[in-house]
Each structure stands twice: as C-alpha cells, then as structure tokens.
Design a protein around this ligand. Structure first.
Ligand code: GDP
Ligand code: MG
Length: 177
C-alpha cells in the first residue's frame, strides 16, 4: 500500500467543496499531478486523488476528495464528509455569488463533519485580477469571524496552490501530534 512502497505514517482525508466551476478540480489536478486544463468538464466518477509527502520526517498521504458534480446545495452526501480531517471551501474571486454561498457551504460542512476539522477558505482564480468581484478584505473578515485559514490561489498560474495544501496538512498534523 502506498506510492513506491513507502511506509505511510498518516492518511489525511481532505474534502473540496464550493459551487460548480470555481476551480476545485483544477486545484486538485495542480496539486496532485501538476496539471491544469482550461476546458475542464464537470467531474464525473473520480472520487479522490492522493499525494504522498513528508511533514516533520513523517510520510503523509493526502487523500483529497472532489465533489463529483454534486455541487448543488444539500446534494453532497454525508459519506463525502465522513472521516475528513480537513476541508477547502473554494470560491471564484471573479464570481461574487460563489463567495456569498460560502456561508451555506460552511453550514453544510459543520453539520456533517467532525467538529475538529481544519477548514481553509480559498479564493481561486487570482490570475484574473482585473475581474475581481470579491475584495481580499471581505474574505479575510469572513475567515476571521468563522475561524478559517484563508488564501487566494490560482490553479492556472500555480499561485499558492502548494502552499494552501501544505498549510492545511501541516495544521492537521500538528493537531494530532
Ligand atoms: P469545479 O467545477 O469547481 O471543479 O471547477 P473546474 O476545476 O472544473 O474549473 C472550472 C473552470 O475554471 C475551468 O474552465 C478551469 O479551467 C477554470 N479554472 C480553474 N481554476 C482556474 C484558475 O486558477 N484561473 C483561471 N483563469 N481559470 C481557472
Ligand atoms: Mg469539478
């Protein structure tokens, strides 16, 4: 079990949630395989991807789950959240509505997930700066109020993608150690 037959010390399940088309699948593709696709279609079938990495000399397997086209409100099943130790709440910074929906995604998440889950708010598509519809301060304020980590990313330009996943994984690691 495990990439290259390594000994795996930890498996951390992380779930991606947020409206359709905000870039969840591309963030995952960028992090897990360093790939990006501008014509990405709605995710069908694929449940999760893994990436094995080192934290504090331990081998951690990140198992990252992507909503398989279940982005409508209340369509994500409780099986999706089961066992998750981290969650990324993703909005598209050029689509105000996707940010306004974060409150209800968070409510859904808190209703289903473990109470100690580490949550990160992600404003994706920061490469489209001129089309920005969500000021950084609005997101920061929401994140502080709700006790979430926050980062702006671009799956296209690789900005902060590695950093966002490493931050959440390291935080999870610290909580259990
Ligand atoms: P999902 O429905 O949340 O999984 O969204 P996708 O990952 O399928 O992305 C939806 C669309 O946004 C696709 O056309 C992607 O190529 C595009 N996209 C995703 N991330 C970025 C990004 O960081 N910058 C830009 N410009 N486009 C992105
Ligand atoms: Mg998708």
């Amino acid at each position: 079990y495990g990439d290259f037959n390594q000994k795996i010390d930890y498996v951390f399940k992380i779930v991606l949630i947020g409206d359709s088309a905000v870039g969840k699948s591309q963030l995952l593709a960028r992090f897990a395989r360093n790939e990006f696709n501008l014509e990405s279609k709605a995710t069908i079938g694929v449940e999760f991807q893994t990436k094995t990495l080192a934290i504090d000399n331990k081998t951690v397997k990140a198992q990252i789950w992507d909503t398989a086209g279940q982005e409508r409100y209340r369509a994500v099943t409780s099986a999706y959240y089961r066992g998750a130790v981290g969650a990324m709440l993703v909005y598209d910074m050029t689509k105000r509505q996707s940010f306004d929906h974060m409150a209800r995604w968070l409510e859904e998440l808190r209703g289903h997930a473990d109470k100690n889950i580490v949550i990160m708010l992600i404003g994706n598509k920061c490469d489209l700066g001129t089309l920005r519809a969500v000021p950084t301060e609005d997101a920061q304020e929401f994140a502080e109020r709700e006790n979430l980590y926050f980062m702006e990313t671009s799956a296209l330009e690789k900005t902060n993608v590695e950093s966002a996943f490493m931050t959440i994984l390291t935080e999870i690691y610290q909580i259990i150690n």
